[in-house]
Design a protein around this ligand. Sequence first.
Ligand code: UD1
Ligand code: UDP
Length: 378
Amino acid sequence: MPSIGKIESMPNRKLKICLIFGTRPEIIKLSPVIRALQARHVPYFMIHTGQHFSFEMDRVFFKDLELPEPKYQLMRKSSSANLHAEHTGHMMDAIEKILLKENPTDVLVQGDTNSVLAGALAASKIPGVRIGHIEAGLRSYDRQMPEEINRIVADHVSHTLFAPTKDSAAILLREGIEKKKIFVTGNTIVDAVIQNDKLADKKVSYEKWLNSADEPFFLMTIHRQENVDERLRLTAILKGVGRVADHFKTQVVFPIHPRTAGRLKHFGLSLPDRVRAVEPCGFLDFLWLEKRAGLLLSDSGGVQEEGCILCVPCVTLRTSTERPETVEAGANLIAGFNPDEILRCAKSIMSRRRNWRNPFGDGRSAERILKILSGASR
Ligand code: UD1
Ligand code: UDP
């Protein structure tokens, strides 16, 4: 794995690491880092912001990934989806008090959620605390996405930036971030997929999901605020997916994110015939489904990456991506939300050979991150 900043040999920097997270993708992508911290006996503690709180969005991942309990569990104040300032401010308030009490050497955040923004901003005002941003340098260049603002702020207040690819590191350099702060580590999602792939095969049986082991199916997820909170856009996406299902005469398994479930109910929308709604699943089940799906239809960041890693094609139900590596690899097409375009992209990507190269690393990203933290100079 190439590096931008130079990884020094470990001069045994004394660490006390604080991991801050609050949502499904953060738990999954931080799980390899937690394992690496445990294996190396590095002192650490975790703050769960409470952003995700339902069993199937939170606890199930601790169970599936056999993770220890966070030392601090915050409660989500508001269940309103879009009061971002209230939500972020509430988390910051609690995080600041904990950080002042615990005095960690490093705070690690992963990704682009409001939990990341709150963790990074709160830590940035605490003297002596170094902030590490895992999955740094991703840009969709679409500021309508709340996540784009979170990514930019987190990157610019961080001291150590763990970019998944050379391209994301180049974005950071172009934004004026010093070279010595940036490290290309790969994405910890590759570690998580490798660590859990065999376990998923062992623990999940096809009977749970399919009538027969070779029954064809596609897998769909949508949850982005800009997609599901707008009636017309959500309707168009469902129509497009329905057309794909009809064209290929294939059922679409659709684990529904709670935000999306709420919006479908609110708008009184029903799903196309071949689309089968299920509860959001744990990581082992989802990985099992992804690996066997003929096609992924999603607006998720993580699903685009996982399709690319598992060699399953993806049609992205958005107008932009902060993961252009997946498109360049040939694993992903950005369809937007026009039904004709969704069908066109599905036909096009289904006709491709699935022999692309995974651009997100070798599954040793967490190890690399710890090594860099140990060697980082103050
Ligand atoms: C959040 C992140 C998004 C990430 C996604 C991962 C922000 C701005 N958005 O979006 O970047 O891709 O998580 O899934 O941080 N809800 C529940 N139970 C839960 C979680 C959510 O019922 O466990 C419902 C609540 O009504 C909540 C709504 O879903 O208000 C939206 O949740 P929220 O965490 O605000 O945003 P997500 O859409 O989950
Ligand atoms: N995922 C899961 N169960 C589901 C849907 C997704 O375990 O029902 C996992 C998926 O494997 C990926 C992550 O959740 O690792 C993606 O999370 P999400 O799409 O919510 O957020 P994003 O990646 O868009 O931020």
